[in-house]
Design a protein around this ligand. Structure first.
Ligand code: NAD
Ligand code: DAU
Length: 342
């Protein structure tokens, strides 16, 4: 893998789940690249997830909003980015149903702002981190390919699909070197405990009920976060401009099976399971066909589902302080205050 083009890379949303895992992996593997992390530190952003890299001289953090054009322009002026990877987003489907406005602000307007500023400054490559949810929902068979019709069903997925359309337009109209990755459900360390797997683990560890939406038979295609990060790295360096790359773990699991697996790993009883009202517009099944990235870029997931889940459960067991402080809101006030003046 050659990295001659990249000396400074902008990562947005690096204090979130996938972004923080990506920054750790990227700094480790690309020893002559500087990484600038631009993150608004919303409820989901947590600098504690990057504690181990914060003293690395090649890591630089800025608190800011990707929708704030003057701030973003100043940052691009200060640094000459060779590449931008946009992880920043409002990412939770349930929150998008309760309040879609923030999703449009960040996921749509924020993406447009980044594209515009990146174009103005002639940034080499722009990679948009997107999702399988833009394709909508599958029946019992078949998989999403890169040519599957875009049919988002939630305000979240509609905002992500809109962003993808903008990225495509900036490629076609302005000739920007853009790339889009669409990945399935991630799991692993540092995932905010509102998402299914960490929520199930945290609730089980506190002997709280595990809320299962609907009949529990909705299926997700799970991928270990490090595998997703490696796929993004492969697309950044080797992807073909203007292309979309699907990324999936090939691990289809129904929600109820996943919850039972977590309970059994933690030695907790199934009586903690509680069927609750379904999510409105709940997509039934996701499954990704990743053959394009596998064939063209030589990527494939390395972690088996069994290993990934074992690592994840163990990580939450040994990092109780991390997720308990999130639940109690302790980190929020600390970091918000620290970076307020910037
Ligand atoms: P996350 O919610 O854990 O992290 C999002 C990060 O973005 C946070 O640190 C937050 O503070 C930051 N952010 C939010 N609004 C911002 C703004 N306006 N300006 C700057 N920073 C802002 O999300 P995640 O799960 O790590 O997802 C990262 C990306 O990957 C998102 O674009 C998401 O759509 C996509 N994705 C996620 C999954 C998944 O399973 N989690 C799967 C496929 C794609
Ligand atoms: O597919 C990729 C997407 O995966 C990403 O784009 C999103 O950012 C990410 O949040 C995730 O979306 P999902 O809606 O699939 O993930 P979530 O963890 O919210 O839910 C996973 C499944 O579990 C889904 O079928 C809903 C169900 N669920 C979720 C929660 C939070 C429950 O049954 N109970 C719950 O309490």
């Amino acid at each position: 893998m050659t990295e001659t083009h990249f000396k400074v890379v902008l990562i947005t949303g690096g204090a979130g789940f996938i972004g923080s895992n990506f920054i750790r992996l990227f700094l480790e593997r690309h020893r002559d690249v500087d990484v600038v992390n631009l993150d608004k530190l919303t409820y989901a952003g947590n600098l504690e997830s990057l504690r181990d890299v914060e003293s690395n001289p090649r890591y630089h953090f800025y608190r800011g909003d990707i929708s704030d054009e003057s701030f973003v322009s100043r940052l691009f002026h200060e640094w000459h980015f060779d590449a931008v990877i946009n992880f920043a987003a409002e990412s939770h489907v349930d929150r998008s149903i309760l309040g879609p406005a923030a999703f449009i602000d960040t996921n749509v307007r924020g993406t447009m702002t980044l594209l515009e500023v990146a174009r103005e400054f002639g940034v080499g490559r722009y990679l948009q981190v997107s999702t399988d949810e833009v394709y909508g929902s599958l029946g019992p068979s078949g998989k999403f390919t890169e040519t599957t019709h875009i049919s988002p069903n939630s305000p979240y997925s509609a905002s992500k699909a809109s962003a993808d359309m903008l990225v495509r337009a900036w490629w076609k109209t302005f000739g920007m070197e853009t790339l889009i990755t669409r990945c399935s459900n991630n799991f692993g360390p540092y995932q905010f405990p509102e998402k299914f797997i960490p929520l199930m683990i945290a609730n089980a560890l506190q002997d709280k009920k595990l809320p299962i939406y609907g009949d529990g038979m909705n299926v997700r295609d799970w991928i270990y976060v490090e595998d997703h990060c490696e796929a993004i790295e492969a697309v950044l360096y080797k992807g073909k401009t203007g292309e979309v790359y699907n990324i999936g773990g090939g691990n289809e699991v129904a929600n109820i099976e996943m919850a039972k697996l977590i309970l059994s790993k933690l030695g907790k009883p199934d009586s903690l399971l509680e069927y609750v009202k379904d999510r409105p517009g709940h997509d039934r099944r996701y499954a990704m066909d990743s053959s394009k990235i596998e064939t063209e870029l030589g990527w494939k997931p390395r972690r088996s589902f069994a290993d990934g889940i074992e690592l994840t459960v163990n990580w939450y067991l040994s990092n109780e302080e991390w997720w308990k402080r999130i639940i109690t809101g302790e980190y929020q006030s600390y970091y918000k205050l620290q970076y307020e003046q910037r």
